[in-house]
Write a protein that binds this ligand. Structure first.
Ligand SMILES: [Fe+2]
Length: 374
């Protein structure tokens, strides 16, 4: 009954949810630290002619209420803030962080594909001008991000400051990657940096002795469920050498969880590199908009699905306690046109304890993960 599975809340979990996160052992290798948490809000991009300038303000407001109630230290948004880039769209999105700001909660966004102009200009000058305008609108709405001052770091690449960046908080390091067109202030031409361009900086950041654990974020997945355009190119197998190098870097430096958006669904899996030598947990963090996608063919072959939920709004809280780190996914019935007070439900929680024991095995497991017929 695939139709039923798609049209009603569907939460699928695997027997294989016995997740192994070896980086946790190093996280807890030294003395215990105080408990703290941060939030991740997925795509707030709505459709073109939606109200509120294409950003899901009522969903944002409702999720922020929960972030404040759960006392997160900061919030990361993993791209697609609005349907289309404009000063008004970004300012509208930023204005709906007011409650976070008043609670002392910082907001760290990166851009998604909807936050840059369509890449179909009539000429290069027109393209560069539109991309420059959109990038300026983004930085005006979200000023002072790490890498633009003494706080945090950005790659030493033209236009990358405050767009791709890293920062530390307590014992964690957070690396956020923007793979969309930036503007070189010298040439005024746009430049889209690839993961290969960023890799030396990522490596250097992960090698710094300023954190006990690190997480990496980008808008597009390593391997998508609906979208086939990924972090490395236009299909699941694009640039395999780049995929291998990136995942090898994460694995070698103890990063075992990559978090992303783009698919407007929740999907937790373990992804292998094309050469099979590296693997990383991937969390596609859901949808914070009344817009959803369904898994589509071809589905990734190089991943082990662990948990999935479709057609619900949601968010993620990462909690670091004295003896454990946990990734918690909450969701609720969709809404958007009017303010609502959602009934949030904790749908997935996984992680590791100090002694290396995994937790988060579901009480109920499904022997088969739902997949459309190939
Ligand atoms: Fe996207």
């Amino acid at each position: 009954m695939a139709t039923m599975q798609f049209t009603r809340r569907r939460f699928l979990q695997f027997c294989s949810a016995n997740v192994v996160l070896p980086w946790m052992s190093s996280l807890f290798a030294t003395e215990a630290r105080s408990s703290w948490a941060f939030g991740i809000i997925p795509d707030t991009q709505w459709w073109f002619n939606a109200p509120f300038h294409g950003t899901a303000i009522h969903v944002i407001d409702a999720i922020n209420v929960e972030f404040i109630r759960q006392q997160v230290d900061f919030v990361i948004q993993i791209g697609d803030l609005a349907e289309m880039p404009s000063a008004l769209a970004f300012q509208t999105r930023a204005a709906h962080n007011q409650s976070l700001t008043e609670a002392g909660i910082k907001f760290y966004p990166i851009r998604g594909n909807h936050d840059v102009p369509n890449n179909n200009p009539k000429n290069l000058d027109d393209q560069a001008m539109k991309q420059a305008a959109a990038a300026a609108q983004f930085t005006a709405a979200f000023p002072d991000l790490p890498g633009t001052s003494s706080v945090g770091s950005s790659p030493d690449l033209p236009g990358a400051a405050g767009m791709t960046y890293s920062f530390t908080h307590n014992d964690g390091k957070f690396i956020l990657l923007d793979t969309f067109p930036m503007v070189d202030d010298n040439t005024k031409r746009s430049k889209t940096y690839t993961i290969s361009d960023y890799l030396p900086w990522i490596e250097a950041e992960l090698k710094r002795d300023d954190h006990r654990f690190a997480l990496v974020f980008a808008h597009k997945p390593l391997q998508g469920q609906n979208h086939k355009d990924i972090l490395f190119g236009e299909n699941l197998d694009s640039n395999p050498e780049m995929q291998n190098a990136f995942m090898e870097c994460l694995q070698r430096n103890g990063v075992r969880c990559f978090l992303c958006g783009h698919d407007h669904l929740y999907h937790h899996s373990r992804v292998k590199s094309p050469d099979g030598r590296s693997e990383v947990d991937q969390v596609i963090c859901g949808s914070a908009s009344h817009k959803f996608y369904l898994p589509a063919l071809p589905l990734p072959e190089r991943e082990r699905p662990i948990a999935q939920e479709l057609m619900r709004i949601g968010f993620v809280i990462v909690r670091i306690n004295d003896d454990r780190i946990s990734f918690e996914y909450y969701s609720a019935r969709p809404f958007g046109a009017k303010p609502q007070t959602p009934q949030w439900e904790l749908q997935d929680a996984f992680g590791h304890t100090q002694d290396g024991q995994s937790f988060g095995e579901p009480a109920e497991t499904m022997k088969q993960f739902f997949r459309p017929e190939r």
